[in-house]
Design a protein around this ligand. Structure first.
Ligand code: DAH
Length: 340
């Protein structure tokens, strides 16, 4: 009996099935009801008791080896099978690879555009490389204003001055020069400042400028427009507060705060425990600016405002470090898929 077992063992070791049918035949031959193993276990009853222990071990070993050979083949056939199916089965879903998502700045910019479109504002853009007239002089900046300094502005050429625009207010000038009132537009875009880069400052960022010029436009119109924006952008219970401020191109000027939407105005580390967060600058367009752009200030008046998109995005998504917006890190960007 020992010889028989040895011979079957070599057969199992040498076994290689070409297909599933061959494997099934092998299984039936060894482990089937009327298979080899069954016969051997039957014969085992007649083995003399002194040999039983040895033969028993050999028999069990043989059975395990047969089962092992079957399992190994099965596994190989299964992996093979799925790959041939993936190539051949046209009903399987297509692998689209990674689907990208919109950049958080683009998501928020589009929302701002949507909100102002509902109030009838159109969208326009201006150049990022700007001359002195559009970025500074037409906007009433005095010659000695610090923003004109090399430290704050990236100059490309001096005399005549050409620079990377420091704000989107330059597009106001271009709009008024080229269009007759009524004007009701917003201007989104990228702006540049020569700042030391940190979590809270960057050498470039994004703004949206707004301009409304018509007959009889008042400060009340400005306030109501910005209140509508704040409620639409954040939540219906958002409050606004206007603080007197100074900009060369608006008179009077104000800075607008919204009630902190992270703590509901109670005070937290984001709003420095004041309950308010500054989001934009605004004011009534200075008559001198209207005149510079060929609009008669005795007939027309208007308001303007400018906000940083990164600021608004931080309030929406609580991004702590400005640099993340431009590092192109997939781990950061892919988190905004659901915000589309
Ligand atoms: N241009 C200003 C800045 O970059 C923002 C600003 C303030 C724009 C007041 C305006 C305005 O239109 O009226 O800081």
């Amino acid at each position: 009996m020992k010889d028989r077992i040895q011979q079957l063992l070599s057969e199992i070791n040498a076994f290689k099935a070409q297909n599933k049918e061959e494997l099934e035949q092998f299984r039936i031959k060894f482990l089937g009801k009327k298979g080899v193993m069954g016969d051997l276990f039957n014969e085992f009853k007649n083995v003399p008791s002194e040999l039983r222990k040895d033969v028993g071990v050999l028999l069990n070993d043989l059975k395990n080896k047969a089962q092992e050979a079957i399992n190994n083949h099965k596994e190989a056939f299964e992996t093979d099978n799925s790959s041939t199916q993936a190539i051949g089965d046209i009903t399987l879903p297509v692998d689209l690879g990674q689907v990208g998502s919109r950049h958080p700045i683009a998501i928020v910019r589009n929302e701002i555009i949507d909100i102002f479109s509902r109030l009838g504002f159109t969208v326009a853009e201006g150049p990022e490389i700007e001359d002195d007239w559009h970025n500074f002089t037409a906007l009433n900046f005095p010659l000695e204003h610090p923003a004109r300094d090399m430290q704050d502005t990236f100059f490309i050429e001096k005399d005549p001055d050409i620079a990377l625009r420091t704000h989107t207010s330059s597009v106001q000038v271009r709009m008024m020069e080229n269009n007759k009132p009524p004007i009701r537009s917003i201007f989104p875009g990228r702006v540049y400042r020569n700042e030391a880069i940190s979590a809270r400052a960057h050498c470039f960022f994004h703004q949206v400028e707004g301009l409304y010029i018509d007959k009889n436009v008042s400060f009340a119109d400005l306030k109501q427009t910005l209140l509508y924006f704040a409620k639409e952008m954040f939540s219906a219970d958002t409050q606004i507060r206007l603080r007197p401020s100074y900009f060369p191109f608006t008179e009077p000027s104000a800075e607008m705060d919204i009630s902190c939407n992270l703590c509901g105005g109670k005070g937290c580390s984001f709003c420095k425990h004041s309950g308010w967060v500054e989001i934009l600058g605004c004011g009534m367009v200075d008559p001198a600016v209207l005149e510079n752009c060929g609009i008669d200030p005795t007939v027309y008046s208007g308001f303007a405002f400018g906000m940083g998109i990164e600021r608004i995005t931080n309030l929406r998504f609580q991004v702590k470090d400005l640099r993340m917006f431009s590092e192109n890190d997939q781990r950061f960007l892919s988190q905004f898929k659901s915000a589309l």
